[in-house]
Design a protein. Structure first.
Length: 102
């Protein structure tokens, strides 16, 4: 007669240590700052920081390319809207010379 002992249960697998985030998971700080400050009216600074952030992202592979692009786009759009506003404002004042501001 042969002994038919049950096979031993496999040893539990030890939990794998969590790996540190890869270099590509790091966010570019300048692109985040550029995106935030464009909403506070700092359009020119936001455009500059956005372009610097894009350059850094291209070199380092960090995340935040979309934020930098949106900061640049929103910065230019807000500048264009500001220019249009001032042109309309000056045109309205010039068209109505009798209007006085108290």
């Amino acid at each position: 007669m042969t002994d038919s002992a049950p096979a031993p249960a496999p040893a539990p697998v030890p939990p794998q240590p969590t790996a540190a985030p890869a270099q590509g998971e790091k966010w570019n700080i300048l692109s985040i700052i550029a995106f935030i400050i464009v909403f506070f009216g700092f359009s020119l600074i936001s455009i500059i920081l956005g372009f610097i952030g894009l350059n850094q992202i291209k070199k380092t592979g960090e995340r935040g390319r979309g934020l930098a692009i949106w900061a640049i786009v929103l910065g230019f759009v807000s500048i264009v809207i500001g220019i249009i506003f001032w042109i309309v404002f000056v045109a309205v004042i010039a068209a109505n010379p009798n209007v006085t501001v108290n």
